[in-house]
Write a protein that binds this ligand. Structure first.
Ligand code: ATP
Length: 903
């Protein structure tokens, strides 16, 4: 069978040809066999091979120039120099390679985490699997908000509508029908019994069989779809990129000046050329973008371990700027563990006992167990609860698991507790969505056609004309409505979620009436109240948000009183202010913003209201994180600064529109992600502070020495060595610094803040200047000392300047660990990577100073005690004084910050 005949072939024949069964799906052995033949992936494997990444390290222009110059100097005769320079360049490239390779792999892992999933039938069981594992013949279940995972032939469909714009360009969703077989030559846009990969279910649900996968699908054949989009840079990466370009120009100008001044003074041309180039290689912070990527990528992996899956890298930065979190209630702030605990009809109210989803419990009135099914209206409620329902309750080992909507699962449990198990044949379904807030089905029961409807009470009551009271149908009067509304307010005040039930009989000919007509003239049966306790730890997370200057706002489709009761329980709201969707419609944007400054609860809102709230908050300079799960939430998720989708209960469409997914749907995970986001940004600032401070120091030493007409304080090979020893590992290790205390005690970072804000620019410049000054000072002192003692001045003074530069940078790296605390207050041994990096750097430098073979290459000499003392005092006085102060405070432990930090 070809791609062009699936729609024109009968269902039985298709299932036969694919060797699959509608109720069973494929066997696991069959799946394995097919997976070795078929792939369901659209993307080319564009992974950069490790070799290419390594070779790319040598394509940097400055490195190429350096290598060229090295070869020339090697040819001229300085062979040992040439080999050492080559070795340093290779070690540097290896470090660069490790960083980039890790970044690549981490980004790939992130991509995998965010890949789409689908619900499939395998050996008779529904399982959720990555879409990439599907094969032809798999039976899949589709729901509103799903992305179609392959090309499918529909087996059954209920009110199914699919947005096929990506294939056909048609902006209106197409109504689908599984039961039709259509002619061979029907164009793609009219194949209404098919669903195509990448299209989106906007309404309804279906069961379907996969007919083609991966590149063989319709979308796979459109070549342009397969072009992988460029990996976007984060705003910080873009800014750093621009900064990098400016720094390159400055470095090149200064390095050229250094070379020219040296040549003008009569120094060896080749040496000056090499010095200029080496300085440029050392000073240009070429490692910056790679370290930023690694730090971002590692941070993203850490977030994933805490259940926050980043889909778009820029979100990591934006997280630190978030000022408002707009969160759904059900499932995010609450557990989404629904249990129906109350039931009421116009005649009676009762309690329902039992725990969780186990269908064991009783119906009680004034502590007496009763048989609920003796009244007609309650029997009908149970039939609606059981049939107007798409959830599945399964017993696995000793516990009950659910699939589908927890609200509906709790209704199944209630019906089963009442002993109701009879399922009718479903003829039609008008699905639930959070804008309609109700769901209806038509069933055939013993030759009669019945409409069953359940939904929010305010939505249901206007569609009802009758009520069943004492087993008699009578007109629905105001007093009946008021009674139910009164009960709703009362139950909602106890944080219960309320759902109403209604039904009516129709003629067979009315099955296909328009939705509105089918859902009118109903008979009201009663209401139930279900509990959904707040998530564990959410109260703490709300408090953490408030402490961090972030306003949590609850936006829910639920009843205002229920929403407010939960909001108060978890500390989101202290007052009684609630805005409903209909209130919102009356307000201008300005009034809405004013209200949003004090309102913490928005209830009975539809998805489009969410979008409006985001827009208004954003217009007023708030940085908004917004959660959402439904297909209609996609616009709000897209327009929020950070759209947050639900990994467990959310739709595929909402996940795609978002920049972050919560694997556990938990509000606390958002707060954890903000914490990590702030820490990552801090770390990026830390190594920028370090790298730039060091590089400015190196350039200034050489530049000032040239201006003052002094000999070169460092020869090319030493410059490259300093760069290797100080820039590589220690800078990287700074990026891995654990979050410092008090991260969530400060206000969000303004989103417009530049990299050098909060005195970072000053810190970098002043430290660069200081490093250069002490290096020059030591250089001059060493020359004077050598002259006075009749020693050859250059090897000693250069070794001392060289050591000063290294020592100053290694002390500085500890200072860069925090802008607020000293390294000792933070816990000196807390960043193990940094200690290892510094230890390695020290060993490498000592080798260069003291190993005779290295002395020959680096023109270095060993230093004596006082020379070391001079260097360590000049470069490390700040570090040493802080250590003394720290020890003093520890020993004479009075009140001080340390205790607070540790707490
Ligand atoms: P949140 O936006 O916080 O997740 P929610 O889940 O309460 O809130 P919706 O799912 O939009 O919001 O539900 C709104 C209302 O619709 C509920 O209060 C309930 O009355 C009704 N409702 C919820 N689920 C169903 C359902 N499966 N069938 C019929 N009505 C439902």
């Amino acid at each position: 069978m070809t791609n062009n005949t699936w729609h024109s072939t009968g269902l039985d024949e298709i299932l036969l040809s694919l060797n699959s069964k509608q109720e069973e799906g494929l066997s696991l052995t069959e799946v394995r066999k097919r997976q070795s033949i078929y792939s369901n992936s659209l993307e080319d494997d564009k992974r950069l091979s490790p070799l290419i990444i390594f070779i790319n390290q040598f394509t940097d222009t400055m490195v190429l120039v350096l290598l060229g110059a090295t070869v020339i100097s090697g040819l001229i005769g300085a062979m040992a120099d040439a080999i050492t320079i080559m070795a340093i360049v290779v070690i540097n490239a290896t470090l660069g390679f490790i960083q980039e390779y890790r970044a690549e792999r981490s980004l790939e892992e992130i991509k995998k985490l965010a890949s789409p999933h689908a619900i499939v039938l395998r050996e008779g069981r529904r399982v959720k699997l990555p879409a990439s594992e599907l094969v032809p013949g798999d039976i899949v279940f589709l729901e509103t908000g799903d992305k179609v995972p392959a090309d499918l032939r529909l087996l059954e469909s209920f009110s199914l509508e699919i947005d096929e714009a990506i294939l056909t360009g048609e902006s209106f969703p197409v109504k689908k029908n599984a039961l039709i077989t259509i002619p061979d030559r029907t164009p793609l846009a009219e194949r209404i019994n098919m669903a195509f990969m990448g299209t989106v279910i906007t309404r309804g649900r279906a069961r379907a069989v996969i007919v083609t996968t991966g590149m063989n699908t319709e979308v796979g054949q459109i070549a342009k779809m397969m072009k992988e989009t460029e990996r976007p840079l984060t705003p910080l990466q873009v800014r750093l990129d621009q900064l990098g370009k400016i720094l390159i120009v400055i470095c090149l100008v200064v390095c050229t000046l250094v070379s020219l001044l040296g040549i003008y003074r009569g120094e060896n041309i080749m040496v000056m050329l090499m010095a200029g180039i080496s300085l440029a290689v050392a000073a240009i912070p070429e490692g910056l973008p790679a370290i930023v990527t690694v730090v971002l990528a590692l941070g993203v992996q850490k977030m994933a371990r805490r259940n926050a899956i980043i889909r778009k890298l820029p979100a990591v930065e934006t997280l630190g700027c978030t000022t408002v979190i707009c969160s759904d209630k059900t499932g995010t702030l609450t557990q989404n563990q629904m249990t129906v605990g109350r039931l009421a009809t116009i005649d009676t109210t009762m309690g329902i006992t039992g725990n969780g989803y186990e269908p064991r419990g009783s119906f009680q009135q004034e502590a007496n167990e009763i048989n609920p099914l003796s009244a007609i209206n309650i029997r009908l409620i149970m039939e609606v609860a059981l049939n107007c329902n798409n959830a599945i309750l399964e017993k696995r080992k000793d516990s009950y698991q659910i699939q589908g909507d927890p609200t509906e699962a709790s209704l199944l449990v209630m019906a089963q507790k009442a002993g109701m198990t009879r399922l009718y044949k479903r003829q039609r379904e008008i699905p639930f969505d959070s804008a309609r807030k109700k769901m209806s089905i038509v069933v055939e029961a013993d030759g009669e056609y019945l409409v069953f409807c359940k939904g929010a009470l305010e939505v249901l009551i206007p569609s009802c004309k009758q009520i069943i009271k004492q087993d008699q149908t009578q007109p629905l009067r105001e007093e009946h409505k008021e009674y139910f509304y009164f009960l709703q307010e009362q139950w909602a005040g106890e944080a219960l979620r309320i759902l109403g039930f209604a039904a009516k009989k129709i003629k067979p000919a009315d099955i296909n009436l328009p939705d509105d007509a089918l859902e009118s003239g109903l008979t009201l049966l009663g209401i139930c109240g279900m509990s959904d306790p707040p998530r564990r730890g959410v109260e703490k997370s709300v408090a953490a948000c408030l402490n961090a200057g972030i306003t949590p706002i609850m936006i829910t489709g639920d009843h205002p009183v229920t929403a407010l009761a939960i909001a108060k329980k978890i500390g989101i709201s202290e007052g009684n202010e609630v805005l409903t969707g209909s209130d919102l419609e009356q307000l201008t944007d300005q009034d809405l913003y004013r209200k949003s400054l004090t309102t913490r609860v928005f209830a009975r809102v539809a998805p489009e209201h969410k979008n409006r709230i985001v827009e208004v908050l954003k217009k007023n300079k708030e940085v908004v994180a917004m959660t959402g799960d439904g297909v209609n939430d996609a616009p709000a998720l897209k327009s929020a600064d950070i759209g947050i989708a639900m990994g467990m209960s959310g739709t595929e469409v909402s996940r795609e529109a978002s920049s972050m997914t919560l694997a556990d749907d938990d509000f606390s995970t958002i707060v954890a992600a903000i914490y990590e986001g702030r820490a990552i940004y801090d770390n990026i600032r830390k190594f920028i502070r370090y790298l730039l401070g060091c590089n400015i120091g190196e350039v200034l030493v050489m530049f000032l020495a040239s201006l003052l007409g002094m000999p070169l304080p460092l020869i090319p090979i030493q410059i490259l060595w300093v760069n290797l020893v100080t820039d590589g590992l220690p800078a990287m290790a700074l990026g891995l610094e654990p979050p410092e205390p008090g991260i969530m005690n400060r206000k969000p970072r303004p989103s417009s803040e530049g990299i050098f804000a909060r005195r970072l620019g000053w810190m970098v410049l002043s430290r660069g200047f200081y490093i250069s000054m002490v290096t020059l000072l030591v250089f001059i002192i060493a020359i004077l000392y050598a002259r006075l003692n009749g020693i050859d001045p250059l090897p000693l003074s250069r070794s001392m300047a060289f050591t000063t530069l290294v020592a100053a940078q290694l002390f500085y790296v500890f200072e860069c660990r925090s802008e607020k605390y000293t390294a000792f207050e933070l816990g000196f041994f807390r960043n193990k990577f940094l200690l290892i990096a510094v230890f390695c750097s020290i060993c490498m430098h000592l080798m260069v100073l003291y190993l005779p073979c290295m002395q020959g290459i680096f023109y270095s000499v060993g230093l004596n005690y006082w020379q070391w003392a001079l260097i360590l005092i000049l470069t490390g006085w700040k570090f040493i004084s802080k250590l003394i102060l720290y020890l003093w405070k520890r020993v004479f432990a009075f009140k001080w910050d340390y205790a607070k930090i540790k707490a």
